[in-house]
Design a protein. Structure first.
Length: 474
């Protein structure tokens, strides 16, 4: 007889229980348990995985603990990674921590339309061409539609197989028979597992499908690349549990109006989460950008003088330094002081403005001040303080900062310029890009005089406080 049963599932961690709890027994979140009804007869749900039976059908479990020395025999190439440098440079490979680890489950998240399918189709083609057979499964598009995209990307490899399916068991059965070098699933929101509560894209389905894919990857040693759409609240399809299950979480980001894309590592069991990949979306797919600093500068090729209120800061993202532009606009005569900041922490901006007033003597009190960081990047490092201060001074004094000057220093409450982390790396990036002058804290200037990079030597100017900076720049 068919019996309807209730199961309560935590939308945060995916814990399921026959009974409702105000506080999830697993992750401790409050009010996250939601009720689902299952139609399946007599299925035992209390306190256990809803879909265990469904998954057992195709993946046998390890029978018993195994001897360590037996394991050694199996993992000869344990440290081998699938190399991924191709048309997009080594951006993907570096973000993954040096290549794709066999048997890993990698989640690639991002807004709809940002280019996830494009990126993974390119990655799939690359692996197919270099290593061997890859299956690209889409639950969103027909094989003809995927073929269409592949044609735009000029993919010609014989080893790439397309599969349009949404049934995880069906997908994995085929995958197991094909024994590919990698499996791509586009996307986690469109696939489902039979016997699991809810429709595809729902919390339980997403969680259970991901868990099944993780078991498949570990069992077969086939790496699985999984696409996940980011919902309006910013996380991938609701449950954060997804990020706990997978080995690697990457986010592909980009602004609607810009062709630039950033690939960021948010979690990586096999490498650092410090790396950032930079791409440009072109007619023929994503291309790696070798000199990412260019993208953050408003118009690096224009010959006109800088406008007043523009200053260049150097920020670190992972192991690489980036140049970004800070814009300031001071409007005199505002009866009340308005401060609008975008990309800079409001309290930090307030502090810098107060220090300029008090320690450098600029009468900013009667000004409305607007601050903006070009490209929508957030300037969270104190190393950008001096550039913010310089931009404000430049706008207030109506004196443009000459081209080719970069600013690196933290500003203290006394107006003094302080050391920042990885100063040498920042300065050498500035030098490599052909900048003429770099303003740094005085104490550090001597030890940096050796740094060369561009065709001509860059002048390193040490300043001990804001006043000295103003005197040497304006
Ligand atoms: P897509 O990979 O489908 O995004 P997602 O899977 O994240 O939803 O690509 C989205 C956009 O990229 C689409 O509007 C078309 C554009 N695009 C290019 O500009 N060049 C290309 O070579 C391809 C394949 C797509
Ligand atoms: Mg897509």
């Amino acid at each position: 007889k068919k019996k309807s049963r209730s199961v309560h599932v935590c939308s945060s961690c995916g814990y399921s229980d026959g009974q409702w709890w105000g506080t999830c027994k697993q992750c401790g979140e409050v009010g996250t348990m939601k009720r689902f009804t299952t139609e399946s007869a007599g299925q035992k749900v209390t306190g256990m995985r809803v879909s265990d039976n469904a998954i057992r059908s195709w993946v046998p479990r390890e029978a018993a603990p195994v001897k360590l020395t037996d394991v050694y025999g199996r993992v000869d190439n344990a440290n081998w990674r699938i190399p991924l440098h191709g048309e997009f440079g080594d951006e993907v490979e570096r973000v993954l921590g040096g290549g794709l680890v066999p048997g890993s489950l990698v989640l690639v998240g991002g807004d709809p339309g940002v280019g996830k399918s494009t990126l993974l189709l390119q990655v799939a083609a690359l692996i197919a061409e270099r290593i061997g057979r890859v299956i690209y499964v889409s639950g969103e598009e027909s094989v003809e539609q995927i073929g269409n995209r592949a044609d735009r990307l000029s993919i010609e490899t014989e080893e790439l197989f397309l599969h349009s399916s949404t049934d995880v068991e069906d997908i994995l059965e085929h995958a197991q028979r094909f024994s590919p070098k990698a499996l791509v699933i586009d996307s986690i929101q469109t696939v489902y597992l039979n016997g699991v509560t809810g429709s595809s894209g729902g919390d339980v389905q997403v969680k259970e499908c991901t868990a099944a894919l993780q078991r498949f990857a570990k069992k077969t040693n086939i790496p699985v690349l999984l696409i996940g759409h980011v919902t309006k609240t910013g996380d991938i399809a609701g449950p954060r549990v997804l990020e706990h299950i997978v080995d690697v979480v990457l986010y592909l980001e980009g602004e609607k109006m810009s062709s630039h894309r950033l690939l960021r590592s948010v979690k990586n069991r096999f490498g650092s989460t410090e790396e950032l990949g930079v791409f440009k979306m072109s007619q023929s797919g994503l291309q790696g950008i070798l000199n990412p600093s260019e993208m953050f500068l408003a118009d690096p090729h224009s010959d006109s003088d800088y406008l007043a209120g523009l200053a260049v800061a150097v920020i670190m993202d992972g192991s690489r330094a980036f140049l970004i532009e800070v814009q300031a606009l001071c409007v005199a005569g505002s009866s009340s002081v308005v401060r609008h900041v975008n990309g800079v922490q409001g309290s930090r901006a307030d502090m810098i403005i107060s220090v300029i007033i008090k320690q450098a003597g600029l009468k900013l009190q009667e000004n409305g001040i607007f601050l903006n960081v070009v490209s929508g990047v957030s300037l969270t490092e104190t190393a950008g303080d001096l550039a913010i201060a310089a931009a404000i001074c430049s706008s207030f004094l109506e004196s443009p900062i000459p081209r080719g000057i970069a600013f690196i220093a933290e500003v203290g409450l006394g107006g003094e310029l302080r050391m920042v982390a990885q100063l040498e790396k920042r300065v050498s990036t500035v030098a490599k890009l052909g900048y003429k002058k770099c303003i740094v804290p005085k104490l550090a200037a001597n030890s940096l005089s050796e740094i060369q990079g561009g065709p001509e030597a860059m002048e390193i100017v040490g300043c001990s406080n804001l006043k000295e900076m103003i005197n040497s720049v304006f």
